[in-house]
Design a protein around this ligand. Sequence first.
Ligand SMILES: Nc1ncnc2c1ncn2[C@@H]1O[C@H](COP(=O)(O)OP(=O)(O)OP(=O)(O)O)[C@@H](O)[C@H]1O
Ligand SMILES: [Mg+2]
Length: 358
Amino acid sequence: MTAPLLAVNGLTKHYRIGERRVLALRGIDLSVARNEVVAVVGESGSGKSTLGHLVVGMESPTSGSIMLDGQELPPRRSRAQRRRLQLVQQNPLSALNPRRTVYQSVVLPLRIHRVEPRSRQRSRVAELLTTVGLAEDIMDRHPQVLSGGQRQRVALARAIAGGPDALVLDEPTSALDVSVQALVLELLVELQRRLALSYLFITHDLSVVRVVAQRVIVLYRGLVIESGPTDAVFATPLHRFTQMLISALPVVSRAEQRLTNRPGPGTGRWALAARFQQLAARFVHAVLTRSTLAPRSSRLSPQCVPTTRRAATIPGHERDPSCHERQRTRRHRRRRHLYRSGLFRYRPNHWPANHPHG
Ligand SMILES: Nc1ncnc2c1ncn2[C@@H]1O[C@H](COP(=O)(O)OP(=O)(O)OP(=O)(O)O)[C@@H](O)[C@H]1O
Ligand SMILES: [Mg+2]
């Protein structure tokens, strides 16, 4: 069996912020075959960009390995190894050097990787710009004067200039205007087919995944919680987080319709489950601290038990009236502030009728 183009095994990345350790990735395994598009989806902070940065060698992993064509990539990669994996970032304005013209940005990889003799570089840049749907006369402009879509096309031209095998696309369309997103997405699909590229397509948008990817990997807090062929994951998502992502999508097929009809968070069974979780957490807390029941809020004094019928049956707890008084005063102060700033339309009912703000 031939090795996949890109394979990631047990990849972890920890960041240190002072005393605190952030576990950005916690043992990721994935593979991308030649000519394949694999999407990585997940909520914000799940470690998608970190994964992309590690794959292209911008950062080094805490542990784990990244293999290219069956060979492990060292922490310091050779020029040839860097050429084969390129990154396209979310925001092209910050990815492109504002002091360089479009020509200077796109010609740089040609010079670094020595893929074209000096005499042919200008015509090659023009060719690359045409490939990504830009006119040649854009060459001498700076990125600041281009539109968002044009900038992302320039970033793409730069990424494919060295002739890479795979692109890591880190949310390539999410910083763009909605009207331009579809065009850039179309270009990406066309480029992948025409140049036989592999993509590791990072996004938080499942509707994009449906269009571009053959396989999908779902990240959640630095872990792969689900992976498989796109159709299978869309038809029968196994993890609750994936189900929530899919149920937030506009409906296109019957299978997805059935999924979207499921009760979402905050309604029916979900609300009940969430309430049960809260109660269970309070119960565990009560057992661990050997108190009868954990207070609902740290603002309440430990003696102050909510005046529900169930709480009244708990032995050893007295209601602390002064605590409730303090809570009420705080609530009133907050409402008065909101009322005055126009955010709360009801006049606080404890205000006297002749109140100056009434
Ligand atoms: N250089 C860094 N130093 C410290 N922590 C970092 C660093 N880079 C990322 N992190 C942390 O690692 C975690 C993953 O971040 P990452 O940028 O990979 O998330 P993401 O999935 O790309 O999110 P988004 O969708 O918002 O781009 C976050 O908790 C983030 O704060
Ligand atoms: Mg990111």
